[in-house]
Design a protein around this ligand. Structure first.
Ligand code: AMP
Ligand code: ZN
Length: 665
C-alpha cells in the first residue's frame, strides 16, 4: 500500500467511526483506539503535506481563528416560516393551498421545529465545501471552520445521493451538554448561559474554532435543496440524506390529512420533553416536490410549509415569598420564590414578577397558588393566580419600600415602571454591577476578568469603582482565593489592553442610565469626546437625532456629579480612549446630512453592512422601512417586490449601488 492509500484508508475509517458514534450513537471502537488512529493519520499527514485535504478527520479539532466572518450570498434564499397556532389556522392553510394546486390530494411531512440556529451546508461532488449562517436570508456569514468541528456533520459522502446540493439544518446544543457547560462556568466563577438556543447560535460566531470544538454542538438536518430531480418528495429526499450519513431525526412522519397532522402535534406536545434537545413546534411541509413548485413562495416564506407553535407549558404551584433584586442601575426586580415544580424538563424555583404594577394587576400574594409559564427564556413568568385556592387570611402584597441591600428608601419616577435604589455609590450590587457592566464583552471587553472576580475584588476591598481596576497590582491579586499566577497575569494584561478600546464603547461602558450601545454610538459620533459631551447643555443634547429628554437629563445628571467627574479624570490619566480617534474620523463627511436611506437587496461591491456604515459615515441615516421621509432607496439584486412597490407609489427615488458610490465620492 502506498502512503497515499494508507492515508486515504485511515480517513475513510475515521469518517465511518465518527458517523457511527455521533450520528448512529453506536460506536464500534473505543475512544482510545479512535485516538490512536487519528494520531497515526495526523503524523502521516504532517510528514506528507502534499496529501492535505480540508475534509480530513484531522481538520475537525479546530484551532483556526477567524477575526471577521466573510459574507456569502446564499445560492438559494433561506426563507422563514409562516406560523400557525390552532387547528383553524391549519385548516385555512390547507384550503389556501388546495385552491392553488387545484386538488385535495395532498400529503404532508411533519417534523419537529428544532430550536437552535439555522445553517446552510454546501456540498459539491459529494464533499463538504462550506457552511453559512442564515443571516438576513439572502446572505449570511461563512462559519465553515467552526462548523467542521461538529462531528455529526459528514465531510465526505460515499454512496447514492445527489452531487451538488445545499443541506439545511439547525445547529443545536443538547440539554445535557448545555447543563454541563453551565456547571463548568459556575465552577469557574462565570455567569451561566441563559438558554441552549442562544448559546448554540453564539457558538457559531466564536472566533476561535478550538473553542467551538469544545462545545457539545450537534446538527439536525431538515431540507435538501438541489436542482437535481432525483427524488420526488421531501420525505424521500430526507430518508436518502439519512442513509448517506446526515443526522435526520427519526421523529419525522408522513400525514395524509390535517387531522393526522394534529395527531402528530398532540403526541409530541408532551413527548418532546423526553427528547435530548429543545423544540418549539412542528413544521408541516407539502411532501411532493412538484406540488411545492406549484405553490412557490410569498415575499417571506414558502407557501408549501407552515410552522405550528407549541403552547408554552403552564403549571400551578405555591408562591412562598417575594424577594427583591437590585440591578446595576439600581432598578428593583421582584422575584417570586416558588415551591419547586417540574416544568418543561427543568425544576422551577423562581419566576420573574417584573414590577409593582404587574404584582398589582395580577393581585399576586404570598401563599397564593400561581400559574407559571416558560417561554423561550430560562427564567419563567407568573401568568395568573388560582383565586379558588387563596388562603382566607391572605393580604394584598405590599411592595418593598426600602432597598434589600442597603436599606435606602426606594424611589419611583413618573412614567417609570420600576422602583430604584438611589444609593448609586453605596449599594453593593450597584457598585459591582457597574463594574461588571464596564468589563463586559460589548463594553470594555476585558479578557481574564469575570463577574464573580469583580465581586471578590470588591469584597476584598481592592476596588470600589471601575477606575480602581487600573490601579490593581499583580501582588494584590495573587493571594486571592482560587487565583493562579497565570490568571492574575491575564487579568492585568486584559485590563491594560482595554485602554485601546474605542471611545464609543468606553462611553457605553460608563453605564450612564439610558445610554445603551446604540445611543453611545450616536453620542460618540456627534460629540467626538467626553469633554464635549459632559459640557453640553440640555438644548444641545436634545438637538441630537434620537436623543430625547429622558436621555439628555440622565447625561446631565451624570456630568454634574462630582464623583463621576473625578472618575473620568482618572480614566483620562490612565490613557483611555475618551475621544474619537483620528483614524476613525478618517473618511467621515457630512455629504449625506439630512438624507434618509433604505437599503434593500444584495450588493456586489460592498456588503450590506459596509453600505450602511458608508451612509452613516457620511452623515446620512439608515432606516428599515420606506416612508415619505425616505430620501433614497439603494436597491441591490433581489430587492423585495413590496418595497419596490411602496417606493414607486411614494415617488421615492431608487438608486443603484454604483449611483450611491458616485454620490459619496
Ligand atoms: P422562523 O425563524 O420562526 O421564521 O422559523 C424558520 C426557522 O425554523 C428556519 O430558519 C429553521 O432554522 C427553523 N427550523 C427548525 N426546524 C425546522 C424544520 N424541521 N424545518 C424547517 N425549518 C426548521
Ligand atoms: Zn441599595
Amino acid at each position: 500500500m502506498t502512503i497515499q492509500q494508507k492515508i486515504q484508508q485511515l480517513r475513510e475509517e475515521l469518517h465511518q467511526h465518527n458517523h457511527k458514534y455521533y450520528v448512529l450513537d453506536a460506536p464500534i471502537i473505543s475512544d482510545f483506539e479512535f485516538d490512536i488512529k487519528l494520531k497515526e493519520l495526523q503524523q502521516l499527514e504532517d510528514e506528507n503535506p502534499e496529501f492535505f485535504d480540508p475534509n480530513s478527520p484531522t481538520q475537525r479539532v479546530g484551532g483556526e481563528v477567524t477575526k471577521n466572518f466573510e459574507t456569502v450570498v446564499h445560492k438559494n434564499r433561506m426563507y422563514s416560516l409562516d406560523n400557525s397556532y390552532s387547528k383553524e389556522d391549519l385548516l385555512d392553510w390547507e384550503k389556501r393551498i388546495q385552491k392553488i394546486i387545484g386538488t385535495t390530494n395532498i400529503e404532508y411531512t411533519c417534523e419537529l421545529k428544532y430550536d437552535g440556529a439555522s445553517i446552510n451546508l454546501t456540498y459539491e461532488n459529494g464533499a463538504f465545501v462550506r457552511a453559512v449562517t442564515r443571516g438576513d436570508g439572502f446572505q449570511g456569514d461563512d462559519v465553515t471552520t467552526n462548523i467542521k468541528t461538529i462531528l455529526s456533520i459528514p465531510l465526505v459522502l460515499n454512496g447514492d445521493f445527489v452531487t451538488d446540493f445545499e443541506m439545511r439544518g439547525e445547529i443545536i446544543l443538547p440539554l445535557d451538554g448545555f447543563e454541563k457547560m453551565n456547571e463548568e462556568r459556575i465552577a469557574n466563577g462565570e455567569e451561566p448561559y441563559r438558554n441552549p438556543r442562544n448559546t448554540a447560535s453564539g457558538s457559531l460566531k466564536l472566533q476561535d474554532s478550538a473553542e467551538v470544538a469544545k462545545r457539545p454542538l450537534d446538527c439536525l438536518l431538515y431540507q435538501v435543496v438541489t436542482d437535481e430531480r432525483k427524488y420526488a418528495s421531501h420525505f424521500e429526499s430526507l430518508q436518502a440524506a439519512r442513509n448517506i450519513g446526515f443526522k435526520v431525526p427519526e421523529t419525522i412522519a408522513l400525514a395524509s390529512s390535517i387531522d393526522e397532522v394534529l395527531a402528530f402535534v398532540n403526541a409530541w406536545d408532551t413527548k418532546r420533553h423526553e427528547l435530548p434537545y429543545e423544540t418549539d413546534g412542528v413544521v408541516i411541509k407539502v411532501n411532493s416536490f412538484q406540488q411545492q413548485d406549484e405553490l412557490g413562495y410569498t415575499a417571506k416564506a414558502p407557501r408549501w410549509a407552515i410552522a405550528y407553535k407549541f403552547k408554552a407549558e403552564q403549571v400551578a404551584t405555591v408562591l412562598n415569598e417575594i424577594t427583591y433584586q437590585v440591578g446595576r442601575t439600581g432598578a428593583i426586580t421582584p422575584v417570586a420564590n416558588l415551591e419547586p415544580v417540574h416544568l418543561a424538563g427543568t425544576v422551577v424555583k423562581r419566576a420573574s414578577l417584573h414590577n409593582a404594577d404587574q404584582i398589582e394587576k395580577l393581585d399576586v400574594r404570598v401563599g397564593d397558588t400561581v400559574y407559571v409559564e416558560k417561554g423561550g427564556e430560562i427564567i419563567p413568568k407568573i401568568m395568573g393566580v388560582d383565586l379558588s385556592m387563596r388562603p382566607t387570611d391572605s393580604k394584598p402584597t405590599e411592595y418593598a419600600t426600602h432597598c434589600p441591600e442597603c436599606a435606602t428608601e426606594l424611589i419611583r419616577t413618573e412614567g417609570d415602571a420600576k422602583h430604584y435604589c438611589p444609593n448609586e455609590f453605596g449599594c453593593a450590587p450597584q457598585i459591582t454591577g457597574k463594574i461588571q457592566h464596564f468589563i463586559s464583552r460589548k463594553a470594555m471587553d476585558i479578557d481574564g476578568l469575570g463577574g464573580e472576580t469583580v465581586e471578590l475584588l470588591y469584597k476584598e476591598g481592592l476596588i470600589q469603582n471601575y477606575a480602581d481596576l487600573y490601579e490593581l497590582k499583580i501582588e494584590q491579586i495573587i493571594p486571592l482565593e482560587r487565583m493562579a499566577e497565570k490568571s492574575a497575569q491575564n487579568m492585568i494584561e486584559g485590563i491594560e489592553k482595554s485602554k485601546e478600546i474605542p471611545f464609543e464603547k468606553v462611553l457605553f461602558a460608563l453605564g450612564i442610565r439610558f445610554v445603551g450601545e446604540t445611543v453611545a454610538k450616536k453620542l460618540a459620533k456627534h460629540f467626538k469626546s467626553i469633554d464635549n459631551l459632559m459640557t453640553a447643555d440640555f438644548e444641545t443634547l436634545v438637538s441630537v437625532d434620537e436623543i430625547g429628554d429622558r436621555i439628555a437629563q440622565s447625561i446631565l445628571d451624570f456630568s454634574n456629579d462630582l464623583g463621576n467627574i473625578q472618575l473620568i479624570n482618572r480614566l483620562k490619566s490612565y490613557g483611555m480612549q475618551l475621544e474619537v480617534s483620528a483614524e476613525s474620523l478618517e473618511g467621515q463627511t457630512d455629504k449625506l446630512a439630512g438624507k434618509v436611506f433604505v437599503v434593500s437587496g444584495v450588493f456586489h461591491q460592498m456588503s450590506r453592512n459596509e453600505l450602511k456604515k458608508a451612509i452613516e459615515d457620511n452623515g446620512g441615516k439608515v432606516s428599515s422601512s420606506i416612508s415619505k421621509k425616505t430620501s433614497y432607496v439603494v436597491a441591490g439584486d433581489n430587492m423585495g417586490p413590496s418595497k419596490l412597490e411602496k417606493a414607486e407609489s411614494l415617488g421615492v427615488p431608487i438608486i443603484s449601488e454604483q449611483d450611491f458610490i458616485e454620490m459619496i465620492n
